[in-house]
Structure formats: C-alpha cells, structure tokens
Design a binder for this molecule. Sequence first.
Ligand code: SF4
Ligand code: SF4
Ligand code: FES
Length: 573
Amino acid sequence: MSAPVTIETKPASPPIEKIRIKVDGREIEVPKLMPDWQGKLQPTTMLQACALAGVEVPHYCYHPKLPVAGNCRMCLVEFGTPMIGPDRKPLLNEDGTPKIARSALPYEPTTPRGAIACATPISPGMEIYPGSPATKQMRESVLEFLLINHPLDCSICDQAGECKLQEYSVDYGQAASRFVEAKVHKPKAVDLGPRIVLDDERCILCSRCVRFTKDIVGDDALGFASRGSYNTLTHHPGRPFDNNYTLNTVDICPVGALTSKDFRFQMRVWFLKETKSICTSCGTGCNIVIGSREEKIFRYEPRQNDAVNACWMCDAGRLNYKWVGRPDRLTQVLSRKSGVLSPTTWTSALNEIAGKLKNAPAGSVAIVASARQTNEELWLLSKLKSKLGAISDSVPRAGEGDKLLVNADRNPNTNGARLTGIAAEPMGSNLPKIAEGIRNGGIRTLIVFGEDVTKNGIGADLLGKLETLVVSDILPNETTRLAHYLLPGCAHAEKRGTFTNVKGRVQKFMKAVEPPGDARPEWEFLHELVFNVTGQNGFVTIEGLFNQMAKEVPAFNGLTWAALGDTGVTAPI
Ligand code: SF4
Ligand code: SF4
Ligand code: FES
C-alpha cells in the first residue's frame, strides 16, 4: 500500500498573475496558475481555461480531484499559438493582430493536430478552438473508437441517465458506426469485492478508479491486465477490492462498468429526488446528496465540499441509511397511565410535561442529550437546562478513525453539544453524577434525547426510581420502553437543521423524506416545550431559530442560516 493522501482542506491562495487567451475567438483573462488535484498551484490547463470561459470540454479520464492521466483523448481540442519571427519578435497580421500558428501535423501542415486539454498548459496569446470543425471531428473519432467494443446495453445498464458515454455520444458522437467486425467480449458481472460489481465490457479504461484507489486511498488494489483490445480492468489476484472507500469508484466511473451492489437495479436515477444533506455517521460531516423516491431513501452520494470531504465519502457512512425506513420506528406520542404507555396527543403530552417541569424543585431535573442532535435542538435543550437549573450531559461515541475522512468521534455534532453548553467537559463526565443523583433521590425528573442511557451507566433500576422520565427517540430501546412520556423524533433526512463538525464547520442539511406517523422534528416540539416552560417564543421557523441561536452562542456569532450556503461556514471553536 502506498501512502494515503490527506485531502486538502484549505483553499489554495488566490493566483495573482493573469494571462489573456482566446476561446473560440472570445478573449478572456485567466489565472496563469490554478489548483491541481491536491490543491497545489500549477500552470492552468486548456480544459480549466475553457471551463472559466463557460465552455465545456468533454472528458472521461480527467477528474479535478485525481492526478491527470491523459489517456482517454476525449478532451482533444484544436489550438493555436502566436507566431514568433527569427528575431524572436511576434509576427503580426496587416491589421496589427498577432499571427497565430494553428496546431497541425508537421508533415501535413493543413491537417489540424489537437492536444489533450486536460494536460496542456495555456500560454499568453494562445487560442483554443473547442468549437472548430477539426475539434468536432477529433471527438467523433474518439467516441467511435471508444464504442467499438462497448456493448451498447444502455437499456439494462444501471448507469443510464448519468452515463458520460451516453451523454457525449448524443452531444458529440456520430449516428452511424463503421465497425463491422465482431466485438471483443470481456468478463461481465465480475464480483470485484463485497460492495462492487464490474462489467468489463463497459469499461473505457480511463483509470479513474485505479488512480482514486491508489492515490487517494493508498490501496494498490486495481490495475489493468492484457494488451490492446483485450486490456481489462481487474483487481489484485487473490485479493478482493475491499477498503472503506470502494463505492467512490462507482461515482467517478464515467460509464456503467462499476456498480454498487447496494444500489444496482433498485431505481432508475431519473426518478430520484436529490436533497443536500450531511452524513451523520462520524464527526467529519461529509456533504452528501440523498437520493429518494416516494418517501424512501435509495442512496447517499458524496457532494463536493473542499473544506470537508472533497468529492468523497466512506462506504460505512454511505450505506448507513436503511435504519431511517425501519418498520419498528417510533411513530406515536405515548404517555404512561396506570403503568401502561398509551397513545396521546402532542398538545396534551407537551402541556403535561411542561406542568411537571415548572413545578420541579431546582436541581431535581437532569437532561441527557445526544451529540447526534442538531445545534438548534441542543440549544433549545440548553434553554430548558438554564430555566430549570438542571444538570446535563451527552453521550460520547468513539470508534476507529483513519487518515482520510473517518473520524474517531462517531457523533456528528460533538462540537454543537459543547458550544451550546449541554455537554459536560469532558463529555460524559456528568453521566455518573446523574446516576448518583437518581440513586440518592435528588434527581426525580430525567429528560433523555436520542440515547439509550441504560447502556451508559443509568440502568433500568435507576430509571424505575424516577417520578418523570421524558424520552424522545427514533427507534425503540430499553430507555424508550421505560419512558413516562415518549416523543417520536425524526431522522436527519426527515427534517432541517445544522451540525458543527469536528473542525467547527457549521453545515446545514435539508429534508428529503416525510417522517413516519406522528413523528415530528425535535426542534419543533422542543420550541413548544421551551415556550410552555419559559415563555420564550419566536423560534417558529428553523431559519429564525438558527439566527437567534447564532446571536446567543458566542462561537456562532455573526452566522446566519442564509450565509451557511450549501457548504457551511467554519466557526471559531
Ligand atoms: S471501471 Fe470505470 S473508472 Fe475504472 S477504468 Fe473502467 S471506465 Fe474508468
Ligand atoms: S467519513 Fe464520517 S461523515 Fe464521512 S461518510 Fe464516512 S462516516 Fe460519514
Ligand atoms: S480527459 Fe482524458 S485525455 Fe484529457
């Protein structure tokens, strides 16, 4: 295994020097240097310059977060450079404009010769012709070549709808094929590893998957075998393709060669609704897109955020979504009457809880929150804490981290719990005090959000001693079974809110699917409870709630919901 690459999390310094070039006759000024795949400044390429000019150069092997390979040739463009005389001075046309030498074959000066835009740096006065007949012809030829052995099975291919071969064939290809020979048949439905299936016939040998696995993950698992038409992607003999980042190769494979066992044949991609969200499986907070249809989640995909996860996410986080649609989700508001949990309404449950909290003697209430809750929910709990003089904490959750993305903190919002004042310092250190308080009778009311406290030192015997146990959760556990009031909450995919990741990045997520039954976003009913207990109001929208929180929590001062944008803002933590 070669050394893994650490993802650049700081934006590169802005390039200063600009140079003038022309793209299809339009003069533009572009930076001489631009960030490469590692964020280091390198000479700007023709592909980058065209993108700045708003002109797409089709490409397969190029990916902005991978080293350049230059092997697919799809980005070939015709170009020209200013001519220089024997005196090393620019040659000029009669009208004073510089004479341009268009790239051509040296032995056939009238035949244009392209250069690959992904690897060719620009130079002052250069002219790029992405729309010229010569460029068009080069693209048609490359596509014709790539399609020679391609099976053309779009109708049954999982990539249909997001396949670059399909799209470029429509945009830049030609209608007819001149190929009359038999196609080379390569292995189909190869079991590459526990999560990936490979269809070698569809592979265009762009090597994106090979470079990602080697240069980003540091795992030399993939490579090419055989030559010429028989050149085939394969994994290292006797070693399955199995690291925690394999599913990123499915995202970056421009065709349907690599497919995810979890998602393949589950849903046509054009039916999926896409919602911007955040992974909640560790403290990194990778930016994701949730693909859902008819209130069911079908997949998570990474969303680019160079300050957090570049374009990647881990397999464990990506596949951690099925619990959202579990059939045993808590869906009813329940209150305990004569020892039995029975259905009730949100209004009466919240009124009864508020009544009990208002009459609770100071120091007799404890709150165990969860660092899986949002900043807004934790802040509302902190309002209850202040009003009631309660002791509070939240539950730490640790795992093994890696050098790429996975953080050892498995809570998505440890910093939110700290900054809102709900978590003790260190987190979890108040849990034994709460247990002792219940044991000695000082604590008679316990509010628990999103945690099974019986697994964290507050056992069922102690919960049985409480006068009032208010629990909000998503899935059943020992604590929810013992609750006096059970308030069904929402998964992050069912509500809006913000998390603060391990580096202080405050990021918002949006609602993808409806919650089941009577379940409601926790911030909504916490707002009602806070109003009933403290009389404080004004937090009826998530935007207003966040903006108010940002005014009151010092680390969030100056932030607004709108200013968070899609990729968040880093708070001083
Ligand atoms: S499997 Fe996909 S990403 Fe890998 S080389 Fe083939 S086309 Fe490229
Ligand atoms: S690294 Fe963490 S936040 Fe990112 S996808 Fe994996 S579990 Fe989710
Ligand atoms: S994108 Fe493949 S050669 Fe440039």
